[in-house]
Design a protein around this ligand. Structure first.
Ligand code: ZN
Length: 112
C-alpha cells in the first residue's frame, strides 16, 4: 500500500487581531477623549475636597522611630506632618494662580 505522506496542507491561519485596539474613527477618539476628561475632572474634584494624601516616605506617620528606645525624628519630606499634597492639588493651585491674573487669555507680553 502506498501512502503519500507528503501532503502539504497550507492553512491560512486567520489571526484574530483583537489585542491591537487601534482607534481609527473620530467618534471613537472623541469618546476616549471624553472619558479621559471626565476621569480627570473627577480626580481634580477629589483633589479639591481631599487635597492631602499620605506622605510616601513616612507612610503618613510623620516621624521615623529609632530602633533603640523611644526616640524618633520628624520626616524631612513632610516636615513631620505626615501629609502629602496630591498632584491634582498642585494643578488646582497652579490654575488658581493663573486665573487670578485676569480674564485676558492672550500671551503677548511685549505690548503695554
Ligand atoms: Zn513624611
Amino acid at each position: 500500500m502506498l501512502n503519500p505522506a507528503a501532503t502539504p496542507t497550507v492553512t491560512a491561519a486567520t489571526h484574530g487581531s483583537d489585542l491591537t485596539a487601534t482607534v481609527h474613527t473620530a467618534a471613537q477618539a472623541a469618546t476616549v477623549a471624553l472619558i479621559v476628561i471626565i476621569a480627570a475632572s473627577l480626580y481634580l474634584l477629589g483633589c479639591l475636597i481631599w487635597p492631602f494624601g499620605k506622605c510616601r516616605r513616612c507612610k503618613g506617620a510623620g516621624k521615623f522611630k529609632s530602633p533603640f528606645g523611644r526616640a524618633y525624628r520628624h520626616c524631612g519630606r513632610c516636615q513631620g506632618s505626615g501629609l502629602r499634597i496630591r498632584l491634582g492639588r498642585h494643578v488646582i493651585n497652579h490654575l488658581r494662580a493663573v486665573h487670578g491674573a485676569g480674564e485676558n487669555t492672550t500671551t503677548s507680553k511685549g505690548k503695554r
